[in-house]
Design a protein around this ligand. Structure first.
Ligand code: COA
Length: 174
């Protein structure tokens, strides 16, 4: 996989130490963390371990989503190749509220998907989204994902069972 992937609005690149802490803080904002499977307050140590574990794993990766004009970190995107030559599971967060709705998320997913298809022969990407995350469901469907399965009450959210939607998008390698 490339270490830098350049798009029009965003660049996907390595996360720097100061940005790792920034991402941890965004990730811990209650409105964000309730939308992820790991929903407790993440300590700096746990976050660093998460990052190191990904770095050591051939099947996984994470990038800083940086604004193309000024290299400012606006979020992060991760992948995990679940079945080689088949499917990669993605996760994304645009941190600052002000930076949402500007096309960064859509471009980051397109750039990473293209790279996964070209370098790792991945033929489809998937995401797992809580039914309560209406914004993310609208977003993913707008950028070409379709719901392939709903797993009823797979997770707990705010002390209540929550359905998880599995969405996929087929990729075409160049
Ligand atoms: C979901 C998320 C990644 C979307 O990224 P983003 O950069 O804000 O989305 P974009 O600006 O690239 O939007 C792409 C398209 O989706 C639409 N869209 C994005 N968020 C939307 C929302 N909340 N409501 C309606 N449409 C939305 C945009 O209008 C755009 O459509 P267009 O091309 O017709 O203009 C971002 O809002 C986020 O990080 N949310 C919090 C974390 C999260 O829920 N992550 C997903 C966990 S599964």
């Amino acid at each position: 996989m490339k270490t830098i992937i350049v798009g029009e609005r965003t660049v996907l690149r390595t996360i720097r130490d100061d940005e790792l802490e920034l991402i941890r803080r965004w990730r811990n904002i209650p409105e964000n963390r309730r939308m992820f499977f790991t929903d407790h307050d993440i300590s700096p140590e746990e976050h660093r371990n998460w990052f190191d574990k990904i770095a050591a794993d051939e099947a996984r990766g994470t990038y800083c989503i940086a604004e193309a004009r000024d290299d400012r970190c606006v979020g992060n995107i991760t992948y995990e190749i679940e079945e080689p030559g088949e499917v990669a599971l993605l996760g994304i967060m645009i941190g600052p509220e002000d930076d949402r709705g500007k096309g960064y998320g859509a471009e980051a997913i397109a750039l990473l998907s293209e790279e996964l298809a070209a370098s790792r022969d991945v033929s489809k990407v998937a995401v797992e989204v809580f039914s309560t995350n209406r914004d993310a469901l609208v977003f993913y469907r707008k950028i070409g994902f379709t719901i392939v399965r709903v797993e009823p009450e797979r997770n707990m959210q705010d002390g209540k069972p929550c359905d998880v939607n599995i969405l996929e998008k087929k990729l075409t390698s160049q």
